[in-house]
Write a protein that binds this ligand. Sequence first.
Ligand SMILES: [Fe+2]
Length: 203
Amino acid sequence: MFFQQVKKLGDNFSYVVADEESGEAMVVDPSFNNEEIARVLESRGLQLKFIVNTHSHRDHTAGNRELKERCGGKIVAYHSSPSQKDLGVHDGDTLPLGRTVVKVMHTPGHTPDSICLIVDHKVLTGDTLFVGECGRTDLGGGDSIQMYHSLFDKLLRLEDDTEVYPGHDYGPTPKSTIGKERKTNYTLEKRTVEEFLEFMRTP
Ligand SMILES: [Fe+2]
């Protein structure tokens, strides 16, 4: 599998994921990185099949249409997402890239339409989980109770060696693992829902 994290000036991360055998590719959160993404796709002769947004915030969806016009592909987002899409997905859905399968996990909390993508022992966490942080829940549609369940009942159920690839470069390293975050991320310390709500309320 081909996997590349792409960062532009600023802190948004985009991702190019491809099944090398078939050449089918997915771009996650084009953001403001279209030029470099298109170069990666074109230089490797990859065929863009899906442009997937981890959620509907503009800094992640920017570039959707321009990338589609240049490289093709279907714009994919959670079915309830307000952003323009060709395909709406649900929790547990899969997106095939040749023989590589990308699994969709609905992880609301930062926004109602937040999803994480799991592929080949990697999880792309959007703005749900960062290295050393979790996403904020004080923007429109944010919900700390949902964030609690997304973090503790979904993401932390993944195996410790699952690599974590966030939507922003907010941590000391650009990537991590579930095991490392479980041990070192202060937002993932053991808390009850009530304690987590209090924690998220405290600046
Ligand atoms: Fe966001």
